[in-house]
Structure formats: structure tokens, C-alpha cells
Design a protein around this ligand. Structure first.
Ligand SMILES: *Cc1c(COP(=O)(O)O)cnc(C)c1O
Length: 354
């Protein structure tokens, strides 16, 4: 890491250079796509993906009702309308049968989010898109390395976005993101848009953005990318331990995996009706947990204008009220897992005794 830092420091070239080019190639190889375009963050990756597809006012984009708000923000930032679709309660991922029902003559794009690191049922989603001449833009921010039917997330859609926010499975030491696509022309258009709409300096073809990837982040990401498969295996091992240690706890619903999908456990999320009390109880034992996410996008103040009242998306609302992300990191030991499990078990005893 320090060597990479010094290499970039000494190069006197800090934005969009050789490190970015190398990282883009290496990430393409990892993700089994022909093109990666590094950008400033995951939200920009999604915005630029929609923009190069020509999505804008009057267009509808199918999004999950339960996702991080960035997915919806990308849609509204290009002026299009998010059309929320409920997830399967078991996996928290987009339900393809409900996607089919949400398609209208204005639909242009389906945006699956591989939530918590589990691949969506992409075979059905791609078939629906083909049948209705829709684009697919995967939000792959949480699932680098996950697969459906043997194919990697981020390689199905026409153009896809991912994030290297520090907390993601592949994290930079700051903000970073990328667009992945098998379409060279779409990749070229993202390259132009990320850099002021310019291919040749000071000549601007379109009104672009400044959404460039730093050389330093790219150099660090190149090193971390080599370790990602190993970190993913460690996350999956931790999940296996959790599944074993928590199997007999009645009040807890463990993560379910759809047939054909793999899960890279960006998060290990359980569900319980006693979520808030459990979180407090664990906190009292020094075990920190998080909630992803407490408020679904349609109930955020930011989207009050969409007029989607409470009760409109009951599955998303229930998942938001019951989800709890347990500690999960590569290198977490079975001992750690056992401590968390014991904390949950002592909570269960407390509830049962009431
Ligand atoms: C993190 C995240 C994003 C946005 O990524 P940033 O790099 O933070 O902009 C988008 N979608 C999902 C599902 C995410 O988890």
C-alpha cells in the first residue's frame, strides 16, 4: 500500500491516468465484462449509466421498494420516475413476478439491486427486459463477486454501476465507483461524461460532469482487488458460522438464498419482530449492530413529493422494521460469531421468561 502511495505521489499525475487505466482493466477481468469506467462514486456510476441510455423525463425506471436511497436518487437525478416494486420477503431482493406487473408503456429500465451482497434472480429479470425491450442497469454496489446461474453480477445489465465506498466489499480509502458494461460505445460515452463531456482537453462534445477517479484510489484499489476473492470467502465462512450458531433461535429469521444465486455477504442481515430491543440488548453487551435501512426511500422526506404514503409498500416497510445487520467482516473468527450468538440467545431467554 505504501509503495503504491509513493508511486502515485512521485508521478505528479493524480487524476485519470495510468493507475486508473490499469485498475479498469483489472476490474473488467475480475467482473468478466469488456469495459470498466472508473468514476467518483457509486451514485455517479448509476446516474451516468442511466444518462448514457438516454433516460430522462417521462421515463419510468423500475426500482426496488427496499434499497439504499442512492438507487432512487440516480433515477430522479436524470429526471425519470422511480416505480417501486416489492421484494421477496425471504431474500429482500426484487421479486421478478412483481416486476412483470409493474411494466407500463413508459417503462424503460429495470434496476435490480443485489442487496446485502446476494444476486437477484437475473435470468428472469433479463428475460422480462428482453421481452419488453427494456434496459437493465444493475446496482452492484454491494455485491462485487456475487453470481446468478454462474454469471457475475455487474455483467448482466446493459450498463451497471458499482461503488468502492470504504465500507463496501471492495473499498477505497475515500469515495470511488465504476460503471461496468459489455457495450464499448456506452463505455465510451461514460468516459466522456465523467470528464466534462470532453475527449480532447478543452473541446466539449456534451455537457458532462466532473466525476473522475483519482490515481491514488485506483492504485490502492488495484492492490485490494487482488485480495477480494479471499475476503469474499472469509465473509462466506463467517455467514456459515452464523447459520450454524443461530439455527436454533426461533425468533430470528436468517438470510435465505435464492436458487441459483450466490451471496458475498456485504451484510449478514437477520429479521426479528423484536429488532429494537435486540439491538439494545446487544449494545449493552458491547456488540454493535446496524440497521440497513431504517426508512425505505418512499417514506423519506426527500421523496415526500412522490406521494407514496406509509402502507403503500408493506413488505419493504416490514423489512425495514425488522432487519438487523450483525457484525460481519473478513477475518472475523468463529469465536466472535459465538459471542454474538450467545448475546442473542441471552436476549431470547429474557423474552421467553416474560
Ligand atoms: C453504497 C451504495 C450506493 C452508492 O454508492 P456511493 O459510492 O456511496 O455513492 C448505491 N447503491 C447501493 C445499494 C449502495 O449500497
Amino acid at each position: 500500500m505504501t509503495a503504491a502511495f509513493i508511486r502515485v505521489y512521485d508521478s505528479y499525475w493524480y487524476v485519470l491516468g495510468e493507475e486508473v487505466r490499469q485498475f479498469e482493466q483489472e476490474f473488467s477481468a475480475f467482473n468478466q465484462v469488456s469495459n470498466t469506467v472508473g468514476v467518483a462514486n457509486g451514485l455517479d456510476a448509476l446516474v451516468l449509466a442511466l444518462q448514457v441510455l438516454g433516460i430522462g423525463p417521462g421515463d419510468e425506471v423500475i426500482v426496488p421498494s427496499n434499497t439504499y436511497i442512492a438507487t432512487w436518487l440516480a433515477v430522479t437525478h436524470v429526471g425519470a420516475m422511480p416505480v417501486p416494486v416489492e421484494p421477496e420477503p425471504s431474500t429482500s431482493n426484487l421479486d421478478p413476478t412483481l416486476v412483470a406487473k409493474a411494466i407500463t408503456p413508459r417503462s424503460r429500465v429495470i434496476m435490480p439491486v443485489h442487496l446485502y451482497g446476494q444476486a437477484c434472480r437475473m435470468t428472469e429479470i433479463m428475460a422480462l427486459a428482453a421481452q419488453h425491450s427494456l434496459y437493465v442497469v444493475e446496482d452492484n454496489a454491494q455485491a462485487q463477486g456475487a453470481a446468478f446461474a454462474g454469471r457475475l453480477t455487474g455483467s448482466f445489465g446493459h450498463v451497471n454501476g458499482t461503488s468502492f465506498y470504504p465500507g463496501k466489499n471492495l473499498g477505497a480509502l475515500g469515495d470511488a465507483g465504476a460503471v461496468t458494461t459489455n457495450d464499448a460505445e456506452l463505455a465510451r460515452r461514460v468516459q466522456v461524461l465523467r470528464n466534462y463531456g470532453s475527449q480532447q482537453k478543452y473541446y466539449n462534445e456534451v455537457t458532462g460532469y466532473n466525476s473522475r477517479l483519482d490515481e491514488l484510489q485506483a492504485a490502492l484499489l488495484r492492490i485490494k482487488l487482488q485480495q477480494l476473492p479471499d475476503w469474499t470467502r472469509q465473509r462466506q465462512q463467517v455467514a456459515t458460522w452464523y447459520n450454524q450458531h443461530l439455527a436454533d433461535i426461533e425468533a430470528l429469521r436468517l438470510p435465505a438464498i435464492a436458487e441459483g444465486a450466490t451471496h458475498v455477504y456485504h451484510l449478514y442481515v437477520v429479521h426479528t419482530a423484536h429488532r429494537d430491543a435486540l439491538q439494545q440488548h446487544l449494545m449493552g453487551q458491547g456488540i454493535g449492530t446496524m440497521i440497513h435501512y431504517p426508512v425505505p426511500p418512499h417514506l423519506q422526506k426527500a421523496y415526500a413529493n412522490l406521494d407514496l404514503p406509509a402502507g403503500k409498500f408493506p413488505i419493504a416497510e416490514k423489512l425495514a422494521a425488522t432487519c438487523l445487520s450483525l457484525p460481519m467482516w473478513p477475518g472475523m473468527t468463529e469465536e466472535h460469531v459465538a459471542i454474538v450468538a450467545a448475546g442473542i440467545r441471552s436476549f431470547e431467554l429474557q423474552i421467553l421468561s416474560k
